[in-house]
Design a protein around this ligand. Sequence first.
Ligand code: NCD
Length: 377
Amino acid sequence: MNDKKAPGIYWGEYESVSNVDKAHFEAFKRQSPADIEKACRDENGRLRHIINAEHFDLEFLTTICETAKAARRIDDGNREFLGKLLRGRGSINLFKQPSSRTWASFSRAAGILGMQTVDIKDVSTSSEVKGESEKDSLRTLSSYGDALVCRHPSDEYDLFGLWVQKSSGREIPFINAGSGTKRHPTQGILDYYTINESFKGNIDGKVVAFVGDCLRGRTVHSLAKILALHKNITAYFVAPEGLQIDKETEEYIDTRGVMVHKETNSLRRVMPLADVVYMTRVQSEHGGSGDYNENFKFTMDSLDSMREGAILMHPGPKRDEIAPEIDYLKGDQRVMYWRQQRNGMWTRVALLAHVLGVDDKIREAYKEYAKIGLDRK
Ligand code: NCD
């Protein structure tokens, strides 16, 4: 595949300046992965910067799931409660790649918690066109808010965002909303929540089929790494040879006990084995045509060969990899991708509440609700 050159970080117009900045960033990157992870945590070990799914553990994920569930139930009856939690605080959403779901759900999540949002998607109007470096513009933007949510095409942007915070003197939580081809930790959280809800917390032993662009689909990498926290997971990577799972992710999950299988011919054989079928689009912005191999499409017939209780997921945006008729099967419990999208908003409410330290208030309030019978289910 003729890959396009990966877009990098813009260091500004003047070498005399960019050389200094780059040298500092290079020194920051020389830290061990353990030190980088430590830099993402506060003095109590709580994750404050969300840059990489490898930093998650089951305790963190369970807490996020509980907070998300509590928030959506509270919202049914007492919208004002959530809206007071972070009233007046600011969330800065800077998206330098196209986004509908992640951006809108983060923006709404902040609003549900009472935050104001600054949404920047059209970077042609930013001061970077005047030669300002991304470091300076990110530092400027963070000085107006209490949390930063950023998406960027560079594979290094997770570390870059963390570095800007660490070197700024006014550190606010940095959330990676998708960087390069490798990391999409918050999509991993919402996918995990969706799987956790679907199987009522019983994830150990599940069989997951990742279908499509396993090489460049960052959602695949993040979710596979998260699921590796569970016991006896089997992962099928269903993709043509050229889009098969990358070595780094394969080794990471293999070392953690995931049974890895690669299927390069067709989805058909794997369908009856999977508890989760996770479809993805071909990431043609990184090169290649983007056309989907017919053998890997999810058809109406695929539904019939699904395992009892299995679910069909897709991080979106979808193109033609799932038969369009499936969208019209109202109430079909197997079709999970629309609910998955809505789950994104609630898990992002939980995540913002977590990094800004009000998540326990949501869980406590829900317990009170449950006592007086105001919870729904
Ligand atoms: C994904 C992404 O941006 O990586 N979208 C999303 O956030 N739901 C998947 C994709 O673009 O295919």
